[in-house]
Ligand binder design. Structure first.
Ligand code: ADP
Length: 398
């Protein structure tokens, strides 16, 4: 039984096809420049050379047609007939308060996703376009929605409410939602398995550190706080997003620099964070290299990132009344031994300590804390597509 996991962005469609019996990815790829012109697909099948084809995709529908065509292609494909695809799982960025878990898509669900799209105006519309396109290309199979926000719907009211006039909560849905939920859910489950402890008894802090980053407190299997909020700017500094800033400073700068909301939003999302501080790049590899060569601003960006993550771990340990393990994932968390070391240095008082030899690892599951440390530190590569496929399989019950 094959399950297709789809992730539709505004100008890209990423896909992975799973052979669910073998829990294996049999093909994956991405259509880029969808709706913008000069689109192309990059298609990978394990053990074969990567295939690339230029193909004009003026809509998400053409992009999904192209994906299906290539998956069933005699030369580049992996299935004989398209009906070997039994179900499609769709990543949806925002589920508001409406969706607290993955759901089978029907007309009501689609209407519900549209109802909350004002909360993620850049992300939900392409997700919806992808669902509509995939349902028209594959009308006879079940489609399932998996929400980035759903895992965080267990946060208590005192953690998700903003200290603003309360009527704005009811009027506009103003509250902390959090993101990267599928990643936090996946790595927290895996960490429990790796540590051979019951998931429902562990206090974990999961650090998803990539271009976008968020830290989550997972208390006995539930997200109880997370660093991203109503939007995707708060928390620790990210590739180009600022992380937490004093809101009065935003108002002050808009005044001083004569910036409208659109420009200010662009600066907070695209010109701040690691890029804004280092002045070099949003890519941490470049910044680590420059810091090593003595660049002070690169060093400052690195120090700010690690300090921010450490502060969140401390806060969440306090929020949960203890901590059993710290989990690192995503591009930076999985690969940067420097960041992991710098984050955990200073957390010895909690009982966390990293073994430098074990910490010398990239992109692999490993416990990197010293033997006998009270708080375990674990690296777990994230796998959001696997969660999409797994939830899809569970919901279609075949
Ligand atoms: P996204 O949020 O776009 O999914 P990723 O999870 O792929 O991002 O993370 C991208 C980040 O991971 C970049 O800042 C990149 O520099 C960083 N990264 C990837 N590999 C390494 C590495 N070997 N060392 C340090 N940072 C790395």
């Amino acid at each position: 039984m094959d399950i297709l996991a789809l992730n539709c962005g505004s100008s890209s469609v990423k896909y992975q096809l799973f052979d669910w019996k073998r829990r294996e990815v049999i093909a994956k790829g991405m259509v880029e420049r969808v709706t913008v012109g000069d689109s192309f697909i990059v298609h990978e099948v394990p053990g074969r050379e990567t295939y690339r084809e230029e193909y004009e995709c003026p809509s998400h529908e053409t992009a999904i047609h192209l994906i299906i065509k290539i998956l069933a292609d005699a030369e580049h494909g992996v299935v004989k007939e398209i009906d070997e695809i039994s179900a499609v799982g769709h990543r949806v960025v925002h589920g508001g308060e409406k969706f607290t878990r993955s759901v089978m898509i029907d007309e009501d669900v689609l209407a519900g996703i549209k109802e909350v799209q004002h909360l993620a105006p850049l992300h939900n519309p392409p997700n919806i376009a992808g669902i509509e396109a995939a349902r028209s290309v594959l009308p006879d199979v079940p489609h399932v929605a998996i929400f980035d926000t759903a895992f965080h719907q267990t946060m208590p009211e005192h953690a998700y409410t903003y200290p603003l006039p309360h009527e704005w909560y009811t009027k506009y849905g103003v509250r902390r939602y959090g993101f990267h939920g599928t990643s936090h859910a996946y790595v927290s489950h895996r960490a429990a398995e790796i540590l051979q402890k019951p998931f429902n008894e562990l206090k974990l802090v999961t650090c998803h550190l990539g271009n976008g980053s968020s830290i989550t407190a997972v208390d006995c299997g539930k997200s109880v706080d997370t660093s991203l909020g109503f939007g995707t700017v708060p928390g620790v500094l990210m590739g180009t997003r600022s992380g937490e800033v004093d809101p009065t400073l935003v108002l002050y700068l808009m005044d001083k620099e004569n910036l409208d909301t659109k420009l200010m939003s662009h600066i907070l999302h695209k010109e701040s964070g690691i890029l804004g501080i280092s002045g070099i790049s949003s890519d941490l590899r470049d910044v680590e290299e420059a810091a090593e060569q003595g660049n002070q601003r690169a060093k400052l960006a690195l120090d700010m990132l690690c300090y921010g993550v450490r502060k969140h771990i401390g806060a969440y340990a306090a929020a949960m009344g203890g901590i059993d393990a710290i989990v690192f994932t995503a591009g930076i968390g999985e690969n940067s031994s420097t960041v992991r070391k710098m984050v955990v240095e200073g957390l010895e008082f909690l009982g966390a300590d990293v073994d430098p030899e074990k910490n010398n690892v990239r992109g692999k599951e490993r416990i990197i804390s010293t033997d006998g440390a009270k708080v375990s530190v674990v690296v777990v590569p994230t796998n959001e597509e696997l969660v999409i496929a797994r939830d899809t399989k569970e919901l279609i019950k075949v």
